[in-house]
Design a protein around this ligand. Sequence first.
Ligand code: UD1
Ligand code: CA
Length: 487
Amino acid sequence: MTQPRPAAVIVLAAGEGRRMRSRLPKVLHPLAGRTLLEHVLAAAEPVRPERVVVVVGHGREQVTAMLAERAPHVATAVQEHQGGTGHAVRAALGALGDLPPDAAAVVLPGDVPLLTSAAVAALVDRHQASGAAATVLTAAVADPTGYGRIVRGPGGEVREIVEQRDADATTAAINEINTGVYVFDVELLRGALKRLTTENAQGEEYLTDVVGLLVTDGLPVGAHVLADAAEAAGVNDRRQLGEAGLVLRDRIVTAAMLAGTTIVDPASTWIDAGVVLEPDTTIWPNTHLRGATSIAAGAEVGPDCTLVNTVVAAGARVTRSVLEGAEVGPGAAVGPFAHLRPGTRLGRSGRIGAFVETKAADIGAETKVPHLAYVGDAVIGERTNIGCTTVFVNYDGVAKHRTVIGSDVRIGSDTMLVAPVTVGDGAYTGAGSVIREDVPPGALAVREGRQRTIVDWVLRRRPDSAAARAAQAAQAGRESTQRRPGT
Ligand code: UD1
Ligand code: CA
C-alpha cells in the first residue's frame, strides 16, 4: 500500500561539533558557498513537506539567524541540552504540532553536505512503496569507522543499528553504515522515542535505538542502500570538512564542464554551488568563483582570479584580478592586477587595467582606465580615457563625495579629481592637475605652477657624482655638435 508523502522534514543541528574545535557551530561551517546545514536543506527539498523543522541548541542564536536570512521557510525547535539524536527528534516533534494520523517524517543530520536530493527522493520512494514503519538510508563503505553499523538478520532484514562505541568486534566489522537519514511513521516514532534509554557508551538517547525498538514490536523496518557511498560522509572534524570540500568541488566542476565550460585546471578551480556558467566560457587555473557570480557565453576568467557576487557579460575577459559585487560589460577587459569593489559597473568594451582600484563606479562603454588609478564614487561617460595615476579624491575625512565625468573626456595623467566635481563632455585636463572646480564641456583645465630650472645645480652641488659626470659629458657632446657646422 502506498503511503502519503512525508508531511515533515526534521534536521538535527543542535550538537556542538566538539571535534571541529571551533567557535562556530559545526553546521554553520561553509563549503562551496553554503553552510553544511544549507546543503542538507537543499538535499531535502524534493520532499516538499508541509513543515521543515531544524533542531537548534549549541550556538542557536547564530544558527537561527542564518536560517532567518537564508531559509526563512524553516521553523526551529530548541533542544535545551544535547541529550542525543533521539532526544533531539523529540524536541522537533514537540514543535511540529498536530500532523495527519498517518504522517511520515524525514529525519536528517545537519552535517552530511554531500547527500544529494536524488538519494533523499529514492529513500522516500522506497519507504512509501514498502509501507514500512521506518526506512533507513545506508551505505556500504570501505572504512566504517565512526558510523553506526546496520545489523541485519538471516533474511537480510534490518534488526538494529549499533553505534561504533557500543559495537563488539563482530559488529564493528560490518561495513554497511547508517547515514543518519531516515523516514519514520510519526506516530510509531513518537511511541518509540518515549522508550529510549541512555544505557550506552555515550550516555545519550540514540535515535538509532528506535530501529531496534520498532523491530522488537514486530514492525517492518526497511533499508535503502546509497548508490554512491561517498554521499554518506558526515563532517565531524576539519579533515572531513576538507575532504567533503574536495568532493563538492569535483562535482561542481565536472557538472560545469559537461554543461559546456572549459576548465583548464579542475584541481585549482573553486566554484560555489550558486554560480551560473553559460556554455563556451573558459576558466583558467587558480580561479575562485563565489556567491551569486555569473559568467556569460564566450567570457574568459583567470588565471588567478577571485570573483565574488560578480556578473561577467558575454565575451568579457578578466585576468589576475579580484572582483566583488562588480558588473563587467560585454567584451570588456579587466586586469591584470585590478581590484573591483562593490558597485563597480564597467560598460560594453570598457577597460580596467593594471593596479586600478574601483568602488561604486559607473564606467561607460568603451571608457578606459588603463593603469594605476583609484576610481571611487564616480560616474564616467562613454569613450573617455582616464590617464595613469589619476585619483578620484572622494573622501574629505568626513564624507564621501561624487565625481561626474562626461563622454569623450581625456583626463591627463596624474590628475587629482577632488570631489564633488564635474567634468563636462569632450573636456581635457592637463597632466599633474588638481581639479577642484567643475570643468565645462570642451574646456582644458590645467593647474600648473611655472617650472623653475636651476642651470648647473648638479655640477655645483654634487660635484664628482655620477650625475655630474654624465651631465658634463652631455654638455661637452652638445658643445662639439654645436661647433660641428662651423668646422
Ligand atoms: C550519528 C548516528 C550514526 C550515524 C552518523 C551518520 C546516532 C546515535 N548516531 O552519529 O549512527 O552513522 O550519525 O553521520 O544517531 N545532534 C543534535 N542533538 C544532539 C546530538 C546530535 O541535534 O543531542 C545533531 C548534531 O548536531 C548532528 C547530528 O545530530 O548534526 C548527528 O550528531 P553527531 O554527534 O554528529 O552523530 P554521529 O556521532 O556522527
Ligand atoms: Ca556526525
